[in-house]
Design a protein around this ligand. Structure first.
Ligand code: PLP
Length: 405
């Protein structure tokens, strides 16, 4: 059992008022709020520890380096990677996927090769592959979904051909909440000799992740969806793959020696971290991971599932609501449209009540086209949300119906 009142006390922003009403923050899939310990870690770093890393002989530089590398160790333990060399700090999921697309895939594919994604991907797991296709003549293949938003996994075998160079798939779909059976998918891809990248942006704060048990080749996530700061994220990659990949960006820190004739590169993971990284962000992410682990992802998941069930049952009592995404296994994301109002109107009316939800295409325009809607409204809950907040949102949705009746 989670002590929600105690947890909420850790998040200062949850005590804010918006338009004179207590904030009800239900936009957690876009970004999560930050506990005081993460905010303090950032302040503390800039106030007392700030220095550039990896190249200083002075005390502060060595301390900042130690903190930054300690954060990497925390990430490694959090996702059960085999070594810190497999943990690359990046800006976020988007940069992680672009890195794999350009460094791992682009150099291997030729005209007619195939890149496999699914119909429920975020633009961050579509557009980088389209770049590679344009650059090389490769073809983007899309594994379809059914009307409930389940991936048609039984069709995977038919989509894996001798020309498939990578399968890039989301762990949890941001726009509809589907949880994909990634372990089985990875095994099937590997049996066909296809490496797999998992977009873990929506999963990392909601379910325990063990990259070795999953046996994924790459796993990408963003710190800001995990109670951490913006501008920091992680690319996990199997060491053998990362070691064979060319650097993604050139600059300081990623080199061993530079002359005008030739440059040699640093060891992993530094080979992929050109320039001064987001040092404070990495440290803040490490603290966010500590905080989350103290509460426990298994308990978090169980509570969020209760909230999801409650919210799903409640929203279906509101006339004119159509849920988008009712997959067999779902995370705490509720996407919907209403007969009476456009999603932007829904979002605006809820905002007047201090309720933050998402309205739009959720960076998943092909998925919106599949459901034949221009946009949708989305409630996404986190473990600091309450049943009372769900009630609040439902009352406001009933009011949307009254206003537009
Ligand atoms: N993938 C998924 C499934 C997401 O939900 C998001 C963000 O919403 C991203 C990728 C991109 O994450 P970021 O903008 O933090 O790079």
């Amino acid at each position: 059992m989670l002590d929600i009142a105690k947890i909420r006390a850790d998040f200062p922003i949850l005590h804010r008022e918006i338009h004179g009403q207590p904030l009800v923050y239900l936009d957690n899939a876009a970004t999560t709020q930050k506990p005081q310990c993460v905010i303090d870690a950032l302040t503390h770093y800039y106030q007392d520890e700030n220095a550039n890393i990896h190249r200083g002989v002075h005390y502060l530089s060595m301390e900042a380096t130690r903190l930054y590398e300690h954060a990497r160790e925390k990430v490694k333990n959090f996702i059960h990677a085999a070594s810190v060399e497999e943990i690359i700090f990046v800006r976020g999921t988007t940069e992680a996927i672009n890195l794999v697309a350009q460094s791992f895939v682009r150099s291997q594919v030729t005209k007619g090769d195939e890149i496999l994604i699914t119909a429920m991907e975020h633009h961050a797991n579509i557009v980088p592959w389209q770049f590679v296709c344009e650059q090389t003549g490769a073809v983007l293949k899309v594994l379809p979904i059914d009307q409930q938003g389940n991936l048609l996994v039984e069709q995977l075998a038919a989509y894996l051909t001798p020309r498939t160079k990578i399968c890039a798939i989301t762990h949890i779909a941001n726009a509809i909440g589907t949880v994909n059976p990634i372990k089985a998918i990875i095994a099937e891809c590997h049996a066909a000799g296809v490496p797999v990248l998992i977009d873990g942006a929506q999963a990392i704060a909601h379910t325990p992740v063990d990259v070795q048990a999953l046996d994924c080749d790459f796993y990408a996530f963003s710190g800001h969806k995990l109670l951490g700061p913006t501008g920091i994220g992680v690319l996990y990659g199997k060491k053998a793959l990362l070691a064979a990949m060319p650097p993604y960006q050139g600059g300081g820190d990623m080199i061993r020696t530079v002359s005008f004739e030739k440059t040699t590169f640093n060891v992993l993971p530094h080979k992929f971290e050109a320039g001064t990284p987001n040092i404070a962000g990495a440290i803040g992410l490490g603290v966010a991971i500590d905080y989350l682990q103290c509460i426990g992802l298994t308990a978090i998941n169980a509570y969020e599932q209760q909230l999801l069930r409650y919210a799903t049952a409640s929203i279906l009592e509101i006339p004119g609501v159509r849920l988008l995404g009712t997959a067999h296994e779902k995370a705490s994301i509720l996407a919907f449209v209403m007969q009476s109002a456009h999603p932007h109107d829904i979002g605006t009316i809820l905002d007047q009540h201090g309720i933050a939800i998402r309205a739009g295409h959720h960076c998943a325009m092909p998925l919106m086209a599949f459901f034949n809607v221009p946009a949708s409204a989305r409630i996404s809950v986190s473990f600091y949300n309450t049943f009372a907040e769900i009630d609040c949102a439902m009352e406001a949705l009933s009011e949307v119906n009254k206003i537009f009746a």
